[in-house]
Write a protein that binds this ligand. Structure first.
Ligand code: MEV
Length: 441
């Protein structure tokens, strides 16, 4: 599709696709075309594995014996920096996509998500062992910093040609004879592991020579604390009202209390952050990113004060609005890796209109703030099981063959009876089908 066509598709589209969750995958794809999220000629590529086959798989990893699928869904209602966005999510856990969509709708009431991102810096670590004098080594390394940055850049000409490159040298003391040199490298739209590891390995002998030390490990750090994403959202208390919880202020205060629990207790903070990562990881998986790297960095960041703390903060603003923010390292890639080789990943990036790695980090961060909000709201009001069981009931209904509106009818009855056995679903479905037949005469 031409750039002009993509641009024209991006004009005035809404991420609110009402009733989407009730439709069949086929009908949903058609809706995306109708709503101008997808060009008609691209619609077919949304189906199935989108061209991901054994040849692609075999080129990606070792010992391939088949393919492994996950559902690809879309989180709706996201407005990010004033722009409507669809958020692709690949995840095995039910209710995450629904939760993200629900919370995004609440946040849209307050203007949507506002995103700020650090520059795309990935950091190489070169460990220097048996350093005879830490002070001499540090002075020598600092004195040569400009030269070292240029030497590092010479190892990554393609990255420099794309506007990236080595930005800063930092020396950290680990113990009486051990230093580590950090080379902070702008890797543009790449997560940059290959590039940064090449620099680490290529620069190690030179750094060791200057420090009169022995080179140790040479590898990037996944504590990407120079590559953070900061996402903020506001929700009016009135948007938090539901049938059973009519006081929006009280619901907001419940969310604040849930956040405080996570601030006070690492056991709770871990589960709180799991709820954040539900959103973040699902976007990363859909977009073929290294979610293990982001997970590792996120939890180290959460523990940076010495105790494990939540990745999000919730507070009441002066005007009574619920205000949330997420701040975490989030190193993403839209260049290289799966983005280059996996057609399904390319499809997800295109569908979400992702413009680059920082944009993707913003979407993943917004999804994380959203799933966290949905979890805290559910936990501090009716609990999460009600929503989970309603979705479970829909799945059981679909499993026994219900389609279209029959899914809702069977699921509603299962939920009312609090019985989720397929046999019961089958009985309800058969009775409803028979009833309809009779009504038609
Ligand atoms: C479940 O996947 C995630 C939650 O446990 C998160 C939380 O407790 O905040 C609901």
């Amino acid at each position: 599709m031409s750039d002009d066509r993509v641009k024209s598709l991006q004009i005035k589209r809404t991420s609110r696709l009402s009733g989407f969750y009730r439709q069949s995958p086929e009908r949903r794809r058609a809706r995306l075309v109708e709503a101008r999220w997808v060009a008609p000629e691209d619609a077919e590529s949304l189906e199935g594995l989108a061209g991901f086959d054994e040849v692609c798989a075999d080129a990606m990893v070792e010992n391939v014996i088949g393919l492994h699928g996950l559902p690809l869904g879309l989180a709706l209602n996201f407005v990010v920096d004033g722009r409507e966005r669809l958020i692709p999510m690949a995840v095995e856990e039910p209710s995450i996509i629904a939760a993200a969509s629900y919370a995004a709708r609440l946040c849209a009431e307050g203007g949507g998500f506002a995103v700020e991102t650090d520059p795309p810096i990935t950091t190489a670590q070169v460990e220097l062992l048996d350093v005879p004098s830490l002070e001499d080594a540090r002075s020598a390394l600092h004195a040569h910093a400009a030269l070292l940055l240029a030497e590092a850049d010479a190892l990554i000409p393609a990255m420099c040609a794309r506007g990236g490159g080595t930005r800063e040298l930092e020396v950290r003391v680990l113990d009486a004879t051990t230093l580590v040199v950090h080379l902070h490298i702008d890797t543009r739209d790449a997560m940059g592991a290959n590039c940064v590891n090449s620099v680490a390995e290529g620069m190690a002998p030179r750094l060791a020579e200057l420090a009169r030390a022995r080179p140790g490990l040479k590898i990037l750090t996944n504590l990407a604390d120079r590559r953070k994403v900061h996402v903020r959202a506001r929700v009016p208390a009135s948007a938090l009202v539901s049938e059973r919880f009519s006081d929006g202020g009280a619901v907001r205060d419940g969310i604040l209390a849930a956040h405080r629990f996570a601030e006070l207790d690492p056991y709770r903070a871990v589960t709180h952050n799991k709820g954040v990562m539900n959103g973040v990881d699902a976007v990363l998986v859909a977009c073929g990113n290294d979610w293990r790297a982001v997970e590792a960095g996120a939890h180290a960041w959460a523990a940076r004060s010495g105790s494990y703390r939540p990745l999000t903060t919730w507070r009441a603003a002066g005007d009574g609005m619920l205000e949330g923010e997420l701040l975490m390292p989030l190193a993403t890639s839209t260049a290289g890796g799966a983005a280059r080789t996996h057609p399904g990943v390319q499809r997800a990036l295109k569908l979400a209109g992702v413009s680059g790695a920082l944009d993707l980090a913003g979407l993943a961060g917004a999804a994380g703030l959203a799933t966290n909000l949905a979890a805290l709201k559910a936990l501090s009001t009716e609990g999460i099981q009600k929503g989970h069981m309603a979705l479970h009931a829909r799945r059981v209904a679909a499993e026994v063959g219900a389609q279209g509106e029959l899914i809702e009818i069977v699921a509603e009855r299962l939920s009312r009876e609090r019985v989720y056995r397929p046999e019961r679903a089958r009985e309800i479905l058969a009775a409803e089908v028979a009833r309809r037949k009779e009504a038609r005469g």
